[in-house]
Design a protein around this ligand. Structure first.
Ligand code: NAD
Ligand code: UGA
Length: 469
């Protein structure tokens, strides 16, 4: 029986390994993590992440050929293939701070693999890493390997949160990069044969190591670039009376462009787009390519601009002050169908409004009060570095309340900001909400999900992204 061990039981490691276990009953999969609370949750009825369809997959294989454990060394020792899916956040200190990827977690995982291994292994980069990371990992592994042979593969993950299970069941492609040597090709084939249990052969792409590593950064940069492009257009639409949804539709019907990923928004969030582009920018700078670095940096700059533009619009339209006004925040997660708040635009918007002394009442169906308070009191980039976590600041707590109902959040509010596109926000009883709000009652739809004309008929003043007033 082939044994797989995955280091890192997070948003990628957990779902990815659960699907491998489900699709490959003859393979034993152990997912390990240093976080005791995460592993306890994986072994309970309350999984540590909210992801549609995940419970079902885990229930089918947990205890059969899928195991979650904190005994990292034992499972690495026993494995034939070790996936590494640890976090690779942006560095907060030292060389490259604010841009470069922090490979501390990756390096410690690699050193541990080298220390405990007593048999040959395939080591798979599942985390998103800077191009050429495999070279560094190889050095660490071979330096300490006592004659043991390691093959490094790059197998970046392309799932999106909220649709992880769907994406894993039916991926556009699986990418595997390896060394172009006989041993490298053999390792690529071994990993390919696992995915071939359910992914059609033509969708399993194989490349050299550096192409696979770079393709992941490139894919995220291209995706984020589309959002910044449409968001940049949304500003021009607001200035001219064009409607960004009509523009995006017209542009997207060109089959060379395509219709997906052109929704204007309050800005993109999530744990990866910003960090991966900053990482790409840093790599370009290190390779003496400042023009290329500058090009990609613009994607982040437009995203920051979009978030601050949103805040400015709220404040400007509410008579230039939100001081002591109650503002309801509907949605805090970075997108619907996830409880993940990493780099959510809601943090910047809330902090911007708090900067103007607003009182916030926040509701998100999947995010806890603790998480929201922590997010609002944390420094930039600290969220993925557990050691930097600070206690919640009392000044933030006073101005922020977290409630468990959209009607409670909006009661007596002067304005509503919709920051996540949860389906339930489309069908709220807006007549009831209007009656319980201060007048004039404002709606700022950061996701363009409500029917603005209907809300205007009720009496709301509605601001959408990139649409005429
Ligand atoms: P995560 O923070 O949810 O999970 C990482 C886990 O690794 C944590 O539970 C942490 O405790 C554990 N860990 C760190 N160092 C460890 C060590 N030495 N030994 C054992 N466990 C260790 O992160 P994630 O969202 O799953 O992302 C993981 C990687 O995948 C990142 O590089 C990310 O860029 C990439 N990625 C993420 C997504 C996504 O949707 N979240 C999608 C594609 C790729
Ligand atoms: C993204 C990519 O889509 C995945 O392919 C990739 O694997 C992953 O990053 C990663 O490397 O972590 P994810 O961040 O989970 O996935 O979610 P997306 O659906 O890409 O959304 C990212 C952000 O962009 C969200 O805040 C979303 O609301 C926003 N978005 C998305 C828009 O504002 N407009 C759009 O048209 C699409």
């Amino acid at each position: 029986m082939v044994k797989i061990c995955c280091i890192g039981a997070g948003y990628v490691g957990g779902p990815t390994m659960a699907v491998i276990a489900l699709k490959c009953p003859s393979i034993e999969v152990a997912v390990v993590d240093i976080s005791v609370s995460r592993i306890t949750a994986w072994n309970s009825d309350q999984l540590p992440i909210y992801e549609p369809g995940l419970d079902d997959v885990v229930k089918q294989c947990r205890g059969k050929n899928l195991f979650f454990s904190t005994d990292v060394e034992k499972h690495v020792f026993e494995a034939d293939i070790v996936f590494v899916s640890v976090n690779t956040p942006t560095k907060t200190q030292g060389l490259g701070a604010g841009k470069a990827a922090d490979l501390t977690y990756w390096e410690s995982a690699a050193r541990m693999i080298a220390d405990v291994s007593k048999s040959d292994k395939i080591v798979v980069e599942k985390s998103t890493v800077p191009v050429k990371t495999a070279e560094a990992i190889e050095k660490i592994l071979t330096h300490n390997s006592k004659g043991i042979k390691f093959q490094i593969l790059s197998n970046p993950e392309f799932l999106a949160e909220g649709t992880a299970i769907k994406d894993l069941f039916n991926p556009d492609r699986v990418l595997i990069g390896g060394r172009e040597t006989p041993e490298g090709f053999k390792a690529v084939q071994a990993l390919k044969s696992i995915y071939a249990h359910w992914v059609p052969e033509e969708r399993i792409l194989t490349t050299n190591l550096w192409s696979a590593e770079l393709s992941k950064l490139a894919a995220n940069a291209f995706l984020a670039q589309r959002i910044s492009s449409v968001n940049a257009m949304s500003a021009l639409c607001e200035a001219t009376g064009a409607n960004v949804q009509q523009v995006a539709y017209s542009v997207g019907t060109d089959s060379r462009i395509g219709p997906k990923f052109l929704n204007a928004s309050v800005g993109f969030g999530g744990s990866c787009f910003q960090k991966d582009i900053l990482n790409l920018v840093y790599i370009c700078e290190c390779n003496g390519l400042p023009e290329v670095a500058e090009y990609w940096k613009q994607v982040i700059k437009i995203n920051d601009y979009q978030k601050s533009r949103f805040v400015n619009r709220v404040v400007a339209s509410m008579f230039n002050t939100v001081s002591n006004k109650k503002i309801a925040i509907l949605g805090f997660a970075f997108k619907k169908d996830t409880g993940d708040t990493r780099e959510t635009p809601a943090i910047d918007v809330c902090q911007g409004l708090l900067g103007d002394k607003a009182n916030l009442s926040i509701f998100d169906p999947q995010v806890t009060e603790d998480q929201i308070q922590r997010d609002l009191s944390m420094n930039k980039f600290d969220w993925d570095h557990p050691i930097h976590l600070q206690p919640t600041s009392p000044t933030t707590v006073k101005k922020v309340s977290v409630v468990w109902d959209a009607y409670e959040a909006t009661k007596d509010a002067h304005g509503i900001c919709i920051l996540t596109e949860w389906d339930e926000f489309k069908n709220l009883d807006y007549q009831r909400i209007y009656e319980n709000m201060q007048k004039p009652a404002f709606v700022f739809d950061g996701r363009n999900i409500v029917d603005a004309d209907k809300l205007r008929e009720i009496g709301f003043i509605v601001y959408s992204i990139g649409k005429p007033l």
